[in-house]
Design a protein around this ligand. Sequence first.
Ligand code: DGJ
Length: 719
Amino acid sequence: MFRKIATASFFFLTMYFISYAQPKDMIVINTQHVALVFKIDHQQVLQVYLGEALKNEDSYAAMPVTGSLQSYSTYGIANLFTAAIRVTHADGNPSLNLEYVSSHSEKINDDISLTTIHLKDPAYPFEVTLFYKAYFKEDVIEQWSTIRHQESSPVTLHEFASSELYLNAKNYHLTQFHGDWGEEMQMQNSELSSGIKVIDSKLGTRADKYDSPCFFISLDKASTETSGHVLAGTLAWTGNFRLLFEIDNQDKLHIISGINPYASEFYLKPDTTFTTPAFIFTYSNHGKGQATRNIDRWARQYGLPDGNKPRMTLLNNWETTYFDFNQDKLLHLFDQAKELGVDMFLLDDGWFGNQYPRNNDHAGLGDWQANKKKLPDGIGYLVKQATDRGIKFGIWIEPEMVNPQSDLYHEHPDWIMRLPNRPENYQRNQLVLDLANPKVQDFVFGVIDSLKTDYPGIAYFKWDCNRTFTDPYSPYLGKNQSAVYIEYVEGLYKVFKRVREKYPHLPMMLCSGGGGRVDYGALPYFTEFWPSDNTNPMDRIFIQWGYSYFFPAIAMCDHVTGSGNYSIKFKLDVAMMGKLGFDMRINDLKPEEVTFIQKAVKTYHHIAPVIWYGDLYRLLSPYKNSRAALMYVAENKQRAVVFTYLLHQKLGDNYTPVRLQGLDADKMYRIEEINLPEGQQSHCPESGKILSGDYLMNEGIHAPLHGDGSSAVFELSVE
Ligand code: DGJ
């Protein structure tokens, strides 16, 4: 896995052991505000506490072990609920007992500490190590496990969780994110009842298309943005995942996360290590807003490459041309990108394939050479033309896939996933390459590497993935087919890792037929992601709102397109809440609209640092109001940007003020409505005034909007 680990210095190690000395039978994993505490009792590691860090660490020592549950529960010995791990030993024994052996904590740097707990079966040479990486400033904990044995032959892993956590409350409220193509990340709330609730994926690739591996559990009552005890968690895995919630007989909630064990028995050979993906979580006593800000800060620092560096605005040609373009059309679009003032032109699908030209989605995938008819002078010429105009050039790829109409399909039939003795099963007329095969990994890496080697000026890749895998058969894995879902993802990560090692700062967009693959397993290799092919701004408010709970604005590509019968201003205001881009026919715009966009791009470049690196406060939810409002506040609280949208015109609530959050009560802020079309005056009575943070957070600002799909954006800066 791609983790940024700084070298621990002797100084910090010394500091750590002085300040973290704990009783021998207790293990405290803590950040600034979150603590997870275990006690060792009768050789079992039991979770005694998960919640807000207590002021006095001695308080943990007083916590009882009675009723506490195993940190990583096993099947077969006394456990009556779903186990974190279930195995069949080499001799056929289906039970596992994991006893405490040792634990170790080390400070990796002044922010990160790593605790390992080593467990072993007293009757078998079988061991599990639990890892807890605590990010002190960000209040985030990453948890994963490794499994090893020295038995005489492979041990079958049936269940192999990343993590198991327990919560203790009167009742539990789940917030999950459900969807499909074009309606990703729709938020749903429900109270958990007894029994088991599972959120999972069996889709293989494009695994998050229906359900996201992100959730909140609120304790006792549903949390709001600003109140309530809430655990926020997500699994860093780009394949089949499972989140399991089970309420036991004592009304405790067991939360088990990990790779989905469905159809995935894993035969672990002696002396090899099975490493689970990481479960990433935070805990907040102040509602979901704080949990989001914790995750966002962690993501910018550790979960994304260059998460604290600028992103490029761009013009993409997909919704403008689809497959129907040629060199001249593209050069014209380069001119338009330049005219708009964006940083880059992104060439989408359709540029490759000769024997089987990619003129539609039936042919060409796999043949990554420029189509000579459409692009007679090749990619190098396009890079040069873009560079001459002072813009960057980016390009689309979908290297994991193949169309039957392609040279690749005919040259390497053994590289393709498909079931023996069954007809091929297509989605979007394509098949999945067998990434368990190291030769396929080389090929997929080679797609990017060859393009970068031949045309070093390529400044950006959009990596797409347009199908799930329905025919789970890897020719490479032979008889070991139950490993296919796991080995595919491991193969994919090997490729991602090679790309990042060779091109550490190359901006790349993670795309999967919209937002079918947005997770922190893949995101450490991608600077940004494509949330949805649905670019209608009204729908996008909900989609972007959903993603905003777990993914920072700097990574969310929001494009202004032709979709939706709304004003350019509304489209711009919606796209500006993330990473701004365009994908529209500029020729169809009126001159005043082009002028407005040019000004908006400049405005965006001016406010982007607040949006990209600031803290997010969701003020009015579109799920509960006819309006939506959110704001970003710079870390030093000197600047803020507020977005307000009117979704459905209703009398009344449009006139109530929007109360701001996150400002410094004692600072005086100048409020300015920005991104107004030429000649339009602000209707906001506070615009142009200087008011205190105190006033703005208690009284708020009035943003009177008129008509469905109207919006206003405000910049606040300390005088
Ligand atoms: C799906 C993506 O989500 C779109 O943005 C576009 O790149 C198409 N694929 C191209 O085939």
